[in-house]
Design a protein around this ligand. Structure first.
Ligand code: RFL
Length: 394
């Protein structure tokens, strides 16, 4: 069996690449370890930047999103017992859409497999890549039905299998560098079956630790609570979670969070990594497979989409017109936005966590940084540009 491209992983990155290739008439195969039902339900991201939605729209992939997603035009910081609204659309002319990741993945799978006729195999095991530095690479995997090994020949492999996937490891260590940053901080990531209090993203910068509210839909809200890295979620029963959320998000005149059953509760050890370059021979990495950005600034899925647009377009140009320039410049073009977003996440991390560091000097400088956002229009505009990704024109 032979395909032009084997895409490993059916997340936002892999499915977007697959859709672009199908629109260009290329034969491609997507391999995914999980089932279709599983990937259509896995809760994760929700905040999508306007340029990314426009990128999906241009490729015919945003119909449902534009019908159903909520538009966000402002966020709110809470510190020293006060609430401070940051109207980022007013400052930049740009906004966010909130659309749960499982809804986007559902749309992308349907379009790829059911509309554009793309091939996809779910439940595969033990994916391995071969001969990546030659002209005829191949991918092998264990077939879920027969338990036998299948080998697929291809011209290119798109490694879109996320942070825990197999493709990153196929880059020889002497040809790629993985730069890693640990924040030394944990976040308890929660999903509550309850509407958000108010309609915007809330950042609570509190001496007891950061708390965040990220609306997902009228029925479901994501919350984050800073905690020690490696903390046990079992130590966070319902009462403790809601008491901490009320305290850390509390501000004069602000409605308290709306309590509801917690349907997800897990601790994230906050870290980032970047693989450079993002390619080796005929393998091109995209999304979390290449780089992870802690969910501090809600950037991960946006970066995954940016890579996927560039990779899908570059592969299509090569396969349909023999133009290899997009592939040659792919890694560098992606990495500029990746590093830009990593830097912003680090900057924002100090804003979130600096007052809780137990160091009076850091608490003082963090509060000064927070206040500046609401006394200087230029500082607010700089934040807004980076928060919306409009500063990164690559
Ligand atoms: P994904 O979504 O992880 O998809 C990879 C797919 O590959 C499959 N897979 C394999 N398939 C074949 N062979 C293998 N060996 C495989 N190993 C794995 C997996 O099952 C999966 O289906 O990666 P992709 O496409 O790069 O997309 C990245 C995004 O999912 C990720 O960056 C975001 O979820 C990050 N993120 C957020 N990003 C935002 O832009 N905005 C947000 O608001 C936001 N919130 C979040 C987040 C991530 C979170 N987690 C996971 C820590 C909130 C949370 C809690």
């Amino acid at each position: 069996q032979r395909f032009s491209v084997v895409v490993v992983g059916a997340g936002p990155a892999g499915l977007t690449v697959g859709n672009i290739l199908r629109a260009a008439g290329a034969e491609c195969l997507v391999l995914e370890t999980e089932s279709r039902e599983f990937i259509e339900r896995r809760p994760r991201a929700g905040v999508i930047e306007e340029w990314a939605v426009r990128g999906l729209e241009r490729r015919g992939l945003a119909r449902n999103l534009l019908d159903r997603a909520e538009l966000h035009t402002a966020c709110e910081f809470r510190f020293e017992g006060e609430r401070h609204r940051l109207p980022y659309q007013e400052l930049t002319g740009s906004h966010h859409w909130v659309y749960p990741q499982p809804s986007l993945v559902t749309d992308l799978v349907r379009e790829y497999a059911d509309v554009r006729g793309g091939q996809i195999r779910f439940g595969v095991r033990d994916v391995r890549l071969h001969d990546l530095d030659g002209d005829r690479p191949s991918v092998s995997y264990t077939c879920p039905e027969t338990g036998g090994r299948q080998v697929v020949e291809c011209s290119f492999v798109a490694g879109c299998d996320g942070a825990r996937g197999a493709t990153r490891a196929a880059l020889p260590p002497e040809r790629a560098r993985v730069a890693r940053h640990d924040y030394g901080i944990g976040w308890l990531a929660l999903l509550a079956e309850a509407p958000p209090a108010g309609d915007s993203v809330l950042f609570g910068c509190h001496p007891d630790g950061f708390a965040g509210q990220m609306p997902r839909s009228p029925e479901v809200t994501r919350y984050y609570l800073q905690c020690p890295p490696g903390d046990d979620p079992a130590g966070w029963p319902h009462e403790r979670v809601w008491t901490e959320l009320r305290r850390r998000l509390g501000a004069a005149g602000a409605p308290p969070p709306v309590e509801g059953p917690l349907i997800e509760k897990r601790v994230l050890d906050m870290h980032d990594y970047v693989t450079e370059p993002m390619s080796f021979g005929r393998l091109f990495l995209a999304g979390d497979a290449a780089h992870l950005v802690a969910p501090i600034a809600a950037k991960g899925m946006n970066l995954a989409l940016h890579d996927a647009f560039l990779l899908g377009d570059a592969l299509a140009a090569h396969l349909t017109g023999g133009d290899g320039s997009g592939l040659a410049g792919y890694s560098q073009a992606c990495l500029r936005r990746v590093w830009d977003y990593q830097e912003f996440s680090q900057w924002l991390s100090e804003l979130y966590h600096g007052t809780a560091a137990g160091e009076p000097f850091r608490a003082g400088t963090t509060l000064a940084r927070l206040r500046r956002l609401f006394t200087s229009r230029a500082a607010a505009a700089a934040f807004a540009e980076q928060y919306l990704g409009t500063a990164a024109h690559y």
